[in-house]
Design a protein around this ligand. Structure first.
Ligand code: FE
Length: 152
């Protein structure tokens, strides 16, 4: 008895990034608000929409990847981004079909298709058939739902 100097070990937190682990664990709106801050939480967790022409990624033209601001998952590449003139960052396709999910959205008296992050469930924006270049889809995505990582 008492010969073990260190009996800990079962519940040690992993030495991974604290940000990543806290995001993976976040389940309540209070936790998300703490992680994301009020502006991003209003979009990602409360399905808000940023005002048109307000987002800081609207005119981004650099090469890189647009990641989910909630969980860091890769969502869109710069190659699919185009200027739709609508006031929100627009993409003709996600980086992978499995990276986003689509849900019918009846809010505001409209029938639209909501786009969410497949990984964290965060609200990204909406997708519209046939409104993209050459009849492609238009993924209309809030800047506040995204973080841009330039390719080096
Ligand atoms: Fe996410």
């Amino acid at each position: 008895m008492g010969s073990h100097q260190n009996s800990a070990g079962a519940d040690q937190p992993e030495p991974a990034s604290r940000m990543t682990s806290s995001r993976a664990r976040a389940t309540t709106s209070e936790e998300w608000l703490d992680i994301l801050g009020p502006d991003r939480a209003a979009i990602l967790r409360a399905k808000g929409t940023e005002p048109p022409f307000s987002g800081d990624l609207l005119h981004m033209r650099d090469d890189g990847i647009y990641r989910c601001a909630g969980c860091d998952a890769e969502l869109f590449s710069s190659g699919s981004k185009y200027d739709s003139g609508t006031g929100w960052p627009s993409f003709h396709s996600p980086v992978d079909a499995a990276s986003v999910e689509e849900h019918v959205d009846y809010s505001h008296g409209l029938v639209r298709t909501e786009v969410t992050c497949s990984t964290c469930g965060g609200h990204l924006g909406h997708v519209f058939d046939g409104e993209g270049p050459d009849g492609a889809k238009r993924y209309c995505i809030n800047s506040l739902s995204l973080r841009f990582l330039a390719s080096s």
